[in-house]
Ligand binder design. Structure first.
Ligand SMILES: Cc1ncc(COP(=O)(O)O)c(C=O)c1O
Length: 401
């Protein structure tokens, strides 16, 4: 038989959804699975704000049903500039903002425009999986730098310096961080910006959780940069509760003004290949950005309570420990005990099979995630309570006596 599938496909791995088919099989047999795997608030008791839904309907009635410009609707780009200024005090020109179909597509675009075969992208570990998938698809490499759990998962600056090579093109920050929930310290971001500038590197800053912060002082990398070109990636999935709408953006902040035109034109070339993001959804996103933010206040307050609950439960379970997340809706506990499982992947599978709780194995976020798992604290407290009762009894049953 002729081999029809390209080799690159074998490198694609998205751990977050890996055990979902097994969970569905269990459900088909009548089991009740608790899903703590996927970072989608809309699967729980959160919903897109009503005024945004209405704006979508109105946009379709008003016949905004055509292809829009590949770089995005100009009113939306202005509204994003307004948001970045009012939320983060960043001045960005609307022309340097490009609308994408989610941050996922923005990650694709930056990898496509920056990486020649063999080029390297420095990424944090543990890391969101797409930051290693896309470089590989373009023949590049993601090189991981450490984030130290002892230091609340802050990036290890020395490790970043050590890992820079002739081939490095850019350093990625994920702040606030998935999967650790860490908010990077201002001094850390500034040091990374300095290192990048000394080595003529671009900094890519994924800020998709910028509005879901409980404590810690989140600062946008674009606000802090003095002389380093920064590409910020952000979107509507999390803070505007629009995961299924698939809308995001990237913007270029280049104080040197050396790269901005080239970068913008390169990204727009990529954007043209997929024509445009959905036009009515872009129109609705304007309403999201210009409208009230009550949904976000409510979300942060619910999530803070859920975070406090889940963290307390983890501290009470001797087989687990975790850094308390300051943002997002993820916690990344360490499994302190060796038990009846070979590794964290097997831990996740056994937990699902025996207790019907689906979490993501830590090594799905890279080697540094070994012996950890990621759980979302999106569900209401009574669901988290049931999930952690099951996790606790699983650990009791399997831990060495
Ligand atoms: C850090 C990070 N970046 C990007 C994404 C992708 O988001 P989007 O829905 O905008 O494609 C996610 C989704 O969970 C994420 O956690």
């Amino acid at each position: 038989m002729r081999k029809i599938i390209a080799d690159r496909i074998s490198h694609i791995n998205y751990a977050i959804r890996e055990l979902v088919p097994l969970a569905k099989e269990l459900e088909a047999k009548g089991e009740k699975v608790i899903y703590l795997n996927i970072g989608d608030p809309l699967k729980y008791d959160f919903d897109t704000p009503t005024h945004v839904k209405e704006a979508l309907y109105k946009a379709t009635l008003e016949k905004h049903n055509y292809y829009s410009r590949s770089e995005g609707d100009s009113e939306l780009r202005k509204a994003i500039a307004f948001k970045e200024k009012s939320w983060h005090n960043v001045d960005v020109e609307p022309e340097n903002i490009i609308i994408t179909q989610g941050v996922s597509e923005a990650i694709n675009f930056v990898c496509a425009v920056l990486l020649n075969p063999g080029d390297e992208l420095l990424i944090p570990e543990p890391s969101y999986p797409l930051y290693s998938t896309y470089p590989t698809l373009y023949g590049g490499k993601s090189i991981v730098y450490k984030c130290s759990e002892e230091n609340s998962w802050q990036p290890d600056i020395d490790d970043i310096s050590r890992k820079i090579s002739e081939k490095t093109k850019a350093v990625v920050l994920i702040n606030p961080n998935n999967p650790t929930g860490t908010v990077y310290e201002e001094k850390t971001i500034k040091m990374i910006l300095d290192i990048a500038s000394e080595n003529s590197l671009i900094v890519i800053s994924d800020e998709i959780y910028d509005g879901i912060v409980f404590e810690g002082n989140f600062k946008s990398t674009a606000y802090l940069t003095k002389d380093t070109p920064v590409i910020v990636l952000n979107g509507f999935s999390k803070t505007f509760l629009m995961t299924g709408w698939r809308l995001g953006y990237l913007y270029i902040k280049d104080p040197t003004e050396q790269y901005v035109d080239e970068l913008r034109e390169a990204v727009i070339k990529m954007a043209r290949c997929r024509l445009c993001a959905a036009t009515p959804i872009q129109k609705a996103a304007i309403a999201a950005l210009r409208g009230p933010l009550d949904h976000l206040k409510l979300m942060v307050s619910k999530l803070r309570q859920r975070r406090d609950y889940i963290y307390k439960r983890i501290t009470e379970i001797s087989e687990l420990s975790a850094v308390k997340p300051k943002s997002t809706f993820y916690i990344f506990p360490k499994i302190e005990t060796r038990g009846d499982w070979k590794n964290d992947r097997e831990f996740a599978e056994k937990l699902l099979l025996e207790e019907k709780v689906l979490i993501v194995h830590g090594s799905g976020f890279g080697e540094a995630g070994r012996n950890h798992f990621r759980a979302v604290f999106l569900p209401p407290i009574h669901v988290l309570e049931e999930a952690f009762n099951r996790i606790q009894s699983f650990l009791k049953k399997h831990s060495p006596k």
